[in-house]
Design a protein around this ligand. Structure first.
Ligand code: FAD
Length: 542
């Protein structure tokens, strides 16, 4: 059965009529990774997500697969080594979504990074993360640094270092992991919320859930339940009568997007701030985005907001390295705010709290995984499923295979050899070369499925361009897209990087979806308002 939002009824029937080995609560990268790992080891897996997949932190990150160079400052050698090595694996398994990103680290007088200490740090990082030789860093003189990035202010500049990280599309990475789990037999559904836990003789055996699209409630039975709810892990923990003493420390991180012409950096930059943090400036799809902040947070978990303080902080950081007022408040086109679900450690500043993950097991059997990084999702999943495998070995005397995800290519991750051929194929539908490259980077080897859809829709008259209509149909029928926000935010990232296109095609897309799903006018209005609110949320608020 296709992973289509039109098949929701069948998925719900399957979820309520079966007993699963494992129920995963949370459709961010952590839950996605666990679902794939467990399914690949032969377990029968269900995954539920109360909003859209990747609506939480996993769609609101800096979008880097990175080794966490800055964690060396906190002596987190094990973390740096593990996530550094993961970069290569994610690149191999999802080459469409993961690309090497050359970064420039400028060294300035009186900065928190000295020339010598940065070089030692870089060397240590490459050694710990087993960085391949061709991606080793390069030390630059002052002149070379300015040639690499002519926009940099040169009054305090001493030199720089060029090194490699990887960029990704966080929401699509999460989706492709879930799609791969589904391809291998998992049942995953969005807009389905765990509202209570089912216990039998004090042992958790599933969850009562609510379909958030129509309010209906049903039960999902499972031998084991994993809480992978990111910033909401404490809420799920609270549903457990025998809850553990897990405490989160939530911090907010904000990113701003400006037109590339306003901040036309030649490559990504990573630099220290006036308050001894580090921020990124990253060019992407004709835009440049800047982030991130790191401040304690205790508000609405679902809709963290961009504030004037966040904006002013990031603009100040930019002004320290680039000519005064190179970007002004009015240049900010879009942005997003995300929440870090960090494990509470009293007395630490936000940027000092460890990004390590930790597993908590309650006496009623709820397995909670908290903390961690997008980059480390596969290893976090491995550790969690190892715990379940051990329980199965003890409880059921059954052996579960070892983790195999290092060798699993994600959905869309098959090698593409013939880009020229794809460009020729796509041009038949009137798609430009740039559009076809965008499709390759967004959908990888699944692009052939999009071409098949384009062939079906080619002759249909519609206000919405074929390029968007094709992606919409694919998103609905293969990626459980339910609403215009799902499409413009998690499926295509257009709300962040092509906001004017969203405004331009908003009404045509909604009309198209109304027809596809036979929405009532009331429901259409609700989804339109949701998109309007999302558009407003990209704006800075006091
Ligand atoms: P989430 O993505 O939040 O997923 C949890 C999901 O559970 C949510 O979608 C939520 O809706 C769902 N849920 C909650 N309650 C229920 C319920 N009752 N029923 C069903 N579902 C429920 N890491 C990197 O490696 N690289 C980076 O560049 C990077 N940058 C970052 C920048 C920022 C600003 C932030 C905040 C984090 C960044 N991180 C980065 C860290 C990384 O994004 C997170 O570690 C990761 O996304 C957490 O994923 P998660 O699945 O645990 O949580």
């Amino acid at each position: 059965m296709n992973f289509s939002s039109k098949n929701r009824k069948d998925f719900i029937q399957n979820l309520s009529n079966s007993t699963f080995d494992l129920l995963v609560i949370g459709g961010g990268i952590t839950g996605a990774g666990i679902a794939l790992d467990a399914t690949a080891r032969g377990l029968k897996v269900a995954l539920i997500e109360m909003q859209d997949f990747a609506s939480g932190t996993s769609g609101r990150s800096t979008k880097l697969i990175h080794g966490g160079l800055r964690y060396l400052k906190q002596f987190e050698f094990k973390l740096v080594s593990e996530i550094g090595k993961e970069r290569e694996i994610i690149y191999r398994n999802a080459p469409h979504l993961t690309k090497p990103e050359l970064m420039l680290l400028p060294i300035v007088k009186h900065g928190s990074l000295g020339k010598f200490s940065s070089r030692i740090g870089m060397w240590l990082y490459e050694w710990l993360a087993c960085v391949k030789k061709e991606e080793h860093h390069k030390n630059l003189t002052l002149e070379q640094t300015l040639a690499a990035e002519p926009l940099l202010k040169n009054n305090n500049l001493l030199g720089g270092i060029l090194f490699y990280e990887y960029h990704t599309n966080d929401a699509r990475l999460t989706l492709e992991v879930i799609k791969e789990a589904v391809n291998r037999g998992a049942t995953a559904i969005n807009y389905t919320k765990a509202i209570s836990l089912i216990t039998e003789q004090d042992v958790i055996k599933g969850a009562k859930v609510q379909n958030m699209l129509n309010g209906e409630e049903f039960e999902i039975k499972a031998k084991y339940v994993v809480n992978a709810a990111g910033p909401w892990v404490e809420e799920i923990n609270d549903l457990d009568k025998k809850k553990t003493n897990l405490k989160l420390h939530i911090t907010k991180g904000v990113h701003l997007v400006v037109n590339r012409k306003k901040l036309s950096v030649k490559q990504a930059l990573y630099f220290d701030t006036h308050d001894e943090r580090m921020i990124f400036v990253i060019p992407r799809d004709g835009k440049t985005y800047i982030g991130t902040t790191d401040t304690f947070y205790s508000g609405d978990l679902q809709n963290p907001k961009l504030t004037t303080e966040d904006r002013d902080y990031l603009l100040k950081c930019i002004n320290n390295y680039f000519p005064e007022n190179i970007i002004r408040k009015d240049d900010i086109e879009s942005g997003w705010a995300g929440l870090r679900p960090l494990i509470n450690k009293a007395g630490k500043k936000p940027s000092e709290i460890s990004r390590k993950d930790e597993i908590f097991i309650s006496s009623s059997g709820l397995i909670t995984i908290a903390g961690g990084k997008l980059t480390g999702y596969r290893k976090m999943a491995q550790r969690t499923v190892d715990v379940i495998a051990e329980k199965i070995r003890t409880d059921e005397k059954k052996n579960i295979p070892e983790c195999s995800t290092a060798a699993i290519s994600l959905s869309g991750g098959k090698k593409i050899n013939n880009i020229e051929g794809l460009i020729a194929q796509g041009s038949v539908f009137g798609f430009s070369e740039a559009e076809i490259i965008l499709l390759i980077n967004r959908y990888g080897s699944n692009i052939t499925e999009l071409f098949a859809i384009a062939a079906q829709l080619k002759t249909e008259k519609n206000e919405l361009p074929l390029f968007l209509r094709t992606q919409l149909k694919y998103a609905v029928e293969n990626e459980m897209c339910v609403s215009p926000c799902d499409f413009f935010i998690r499926r295509t990232s257009m709300l962040y990087f092509e906001i004017n296109e969203v405004k331009k095609w908003r009404s045509a897309l909604i009309t198209c979806m109304q027809k596809m799903f036979s929405w009532t006018d009331e429901l259409t209005g609700k989804f339109d308002l949701e998109l309007q609110t999302a558009l407003e949320e990209t704006e800075i608020r006091k």
